[in-house]
Design a protein around this ligand. Structure first.
Ligand code: ADP
Length: 457
């Protein structure tokens, strides 16, 4: 059910309940008041008649009947019966025997002093009337034509008030609910207009204070994040294509030039070596892109195994020095740890080795002395790895974005690279629950610090 209908229905139910209870209370109090009032009138009239008959000597049953017939004070359809202590009827106008008087009833009245009952439309009061010498029973009944009519009118009014009120509540409730929910409908409408190609559109945040404005603001924030993610994705594809195309264009160009004319074997060899160089770079780039994709794959922890960080660092060092014999990498291990477990992390050996290699390679690549210092410091719950160099450093403006894919420092243009390494390192570190920080100053050097959590056994 729509919230609007639900709200209206709940509103109607609550108002109907309150209204019904109030109106029923009014009705029952009025009915009670009418009954008490009518029995009071019956008592007054009965007492009056009994007084006339018993206390005024000149008045006998015949005269009283005549008085009652013409008496404007008589109640509608009034019937009365007065009995003496022997239960003999002294006076009675109940010709049709509507009062249904019997011995037991008279005894009960004498016992209880006063009783009330109904016969058809007649409301009847029986009471004990005592004078100095005798105790009489007076039974008087009448129909409260006016009172009952008033009560009936009240019933109609109550019913009409209830029906009209519910109608008014229904209409006003629907309008109110529609008004209250209008901002939501507006947000829904605006959200419907936002597609993948128009993520820059935003939802109206209204007054900026209520819950709906908060929802719209939260949604807008999510849109901004999505937009940024899409932008990165789009740039990534464009950058990756560009990086792949450059060496391919170079290869094609070199081969085309080579084929223009016959060349000496030495010239062919030179061209082939240059092409091989480009192909190696292409291969390196493809491998890194593949690794980057792996770090984004679902459930990468499935391939995590216990591994000794120092072993991985030594392996990475050996691999780098093999391909770049002029690089110098010094590894220092702080011997402050108690056992080997403090050097063990749960991770993917291949990814950790790639990250460590990248940082070592960069340190050597971007420094004139091609030196890198690696510091391994195990602590209670984590291992810290520091990669320092005395190289060209990174400009402060580049530091905040340097971990984004394909970002390159402005002072690194003359050194070959694709800008994927650091983004790969950051992803690998995050994947292993670690952190990476960077300190760098132009022409003074850089220090990348990685912390990785120790494996829990
Ligand atoms: P690449 O080295 O292929 O350009 P990276 O992602 O590894 O890609 O590095 C991104 C950029 O960060 C580099 O282009 C360079 O400007 C800067 N950088 C990374 N490491 C260092 C370092 N040790 N010293 C100076 N600059 C660095």
């Amino acid at each position: 059910m729509q919230i609007r209908k639900k709200l209206t229905l709940q509103f109607i139910i609550i108002v109907a309940l309150i209204l019904a209870l109030s109106l029923l209370a009014i009705y029952f109090f009025s009915a009670d008041y009418r009954r008490d009032d009518f029995y009071n009138r019956l008592l007054n009239k009965g007492t009056n008649s009994a007084k006339l008959l018993i206390e005024v000597e000149e008045i006998d049953a015949g005269l009283l009947r005549r008085i009652d017939q013409d008496n404007p004070m008589s109640l509608p359809k009034e019937i009365i019966a007065i009995y003496n202590y022997k239960n003999e009827l002294l006076y009675g106008s109940d010709n049709d025997e509507l009062l249904h008087i019997h011995q037991e009833l008279l005894d009960r009245i004498r016992l209880e002093q006063e009783i009330r009952y109904r016969q058809g439309n007649h409301e009847i009061l029986g009471f004990l009337y005592a004078d100095k010498f005798d105790r009489f029973v007076v039974i008087i009944g009448a129909v409260d034509i006016y009172g009952l009519k008033k009560l009936h009118n009240l019933q109609t009014v109550i019913f009409l008030v209830f029906a009209i009120s519910i109608l008014v509540v229904f209409v006003s409730g629907s309008i109110y609910a529609a008004k209250a929910l209008k901002p939501i409908s507006r947000v829904v409408e605006q959200v419907n207009n936002i597609t993948i190609t128009s993520l820059n559109l935003k939802v109206d945040e209204g007054n900026g204070k209520d819950e709906i404005a908060l929802l719209a603001a939260t949604f807008n924030k999510m849109l901004s994040r999505l937009e940024a993610a899409f932008k990165i994705q789009k740039n990534f594809i464009a950058n990756a294509s560009h990086e792949l195309r450059t060496p391919l264009t170079a290869i094609t160009g070199q081969l085309e030039v080579a084929l223009i004319k016959q060349r000496t074997p030495a010239a062919y060899q030179e061209i082939l070596l240059s092409v091989l160089d480009d192909i190696k770079r292409l291969n390196h780039l493809a491998n890194r892109l593949l690794l980057l994709a792996q770090t984004g794959a679902e459930n990468p922890e499935a391939n995590f195994n216990p591994l000794h960080v120092d072993d991985v660092v030594w392996q990475a060092r050996a691999d780098i020095i093999k391909t770049n014999p002029n690089y110098k990498i010094n590894v220092t291990l702080h011997e402050t740890f108690e056992d080997n477990r403090q050097l063990t992390i749960a991770g993917n050996a291949h990814l950790i080795k790639t990250a460590v290699s990248n940082l070592m390679d960069n340190a050597c690549k971007y420094s004139a002395d091609h030196q890198c210092l690696v510091n391994i410091s195990p602590a209670q719950n984590h291992i810290t790895l520091e990669f320092s160099d005395n190289g060209i450093g990174i400009a402060p403006q580049d530091i905040p974005t340097i971990f984004e894919p394909f970002r390159r420092g402005r002072n690194a243009a003359h050194i070959h690279g694709h800008g994927i390494g650091l983004s790969l390192v950051e992803r690998v570190v995050k994947l292993h629950g670690g952190t990476i920080t960077l300190y760098s100053a132009i022409n003074q050097g850089s220090t990348f610090t990685i912390t990785l959590p120790v494996a829990q056994f």
